[in-house]
Design a protein around this ligand. Sequence first.
Ligand SMILES: Cc1ncc(COP(=O)(O)O)c(C=O)c1O
Ligand SMILES: [Zn+2]
Length: 439
Amino acid sequence: MYERGFRCLICGREYTLDEVEYVCPHHDLPGVGTLDVLYDYHAIARATSPARIARDPDPSIARYEALLPIRSRASLPPIPVGGTPMYHARRLGDVLGLPHLYLKDDGRNPSASFKDRASAIAVARARDEGRPVITGASTGNAAASLALLAASVGIKAIIFVPESAPEAKIAQLLIHGAQVFAVRGSYDQAFDLCLEASHHYGWYNRNTGYNPFMTEGKKSAAYEIIEQFTTITRLGLPVLLGHRGDWPRAAGDHWDAPDRIFVSVGDGCIIGGLGKGIRDLLALGWIEHPPKLMGVQAEGSAAIYNAWRSGTTDVAPVTPTTLADSISVGQPRDPYKALAAVRETGGEMLLVSDEEILDAMRVLAREAAIFVEPAAAAAFAGMRRALAEGRIHPEERIVVLLTGNGLKDVRAAVRAAGRPTVIPPSLNALQALLSSALK
Ligand SMILES: Cc1ncc(COP(=O)(O)O)c(C=O)c1O
Ligand SMILES: [Zn+2]
């Protein structure tokens, strides 16, 4: 609504919205995102405020329409995205000694992952621009969400995924009627092929990082986390699904931010989006301090962590090896925004092993009753690692963003959970087994 152009994250050149479409033409990087979308914050401040948003009865990302790069909320797909639950995780917090631990379950989006936040903007912009075809490459979730939201408005989706993507994610693509190409190769190769095809055929490209507007959808999670955190803490709620507008506003028309947000990192687009959302809120004066963004990568896919560690913005590709398929990325496509988000908020990057990820899946499911896929569990595993290493104080107010539902990758869930005990259909057999288990 109030977007006014782009700025290149590398050379600082500014462009109007019509001058460039995806990336700054002055750099020859392989599909790597370089453009930040600029806004007229004065106009936004005149149009809306935390108090006005609080009164909006729509719990989806539409409530933030003045901050989104869309013509109006009518451009968004009719299937609502966002408004996912946030829990004050008291039982899990007791186990860990963290009284102020909050879990944001973004697996409760329409396609069961966080990626719906970006796909909603891709679909809205394609509608605003009259583009009949959207393409995307994905480890699975971004594509599944594009397939679902494209189906909600009758736009054609053409998808490239690595052949190894989990079956449930591929089934999601096909059932929503997308044209699916399972690329015999890695996610990075699927990404490059999608890029070439979109240039060749003129399709609208939703690729993570490369399309600068994907950040602008993902930033809605920062607004939502902070708005919900404000409501939960001011009203003392155990859980909040969507939003409530009745929090005390005596202290002024602003929101309260938590101290830290943990999130998993693959290409870096989600954490970059959170960083952008926080930057918007600081620019508008709606929060006073930024929550520190804590990015978590798998040890076997640590390209952005490595760059953060060595203090550079040059991200050297790696050969990814992690069971967390959604964050298994060799050549991250959004490293500039990711690294800026961590550095500007005073956050950190962390690594976790696949074993820690599987254990995090079990603990989240058993102590907080949230079933997540491995990439989402990585964020929680990173939080435990940071706690064990003394990098966070137990009194801090911590949000862990859980980005994908556990049914997305049943094979990994079985690895984490184990197999059931098989018995013959007789009470004697059950008794024998139970008494030996008790011994
Ligand atoms: C469930 C889940 N978590 C985390 C990520 C990582 O996001 P990004 O690649 O933007 O860093 C993804 C990306 O596919 C994902 O699907
Ligand atoms: Zn540039």
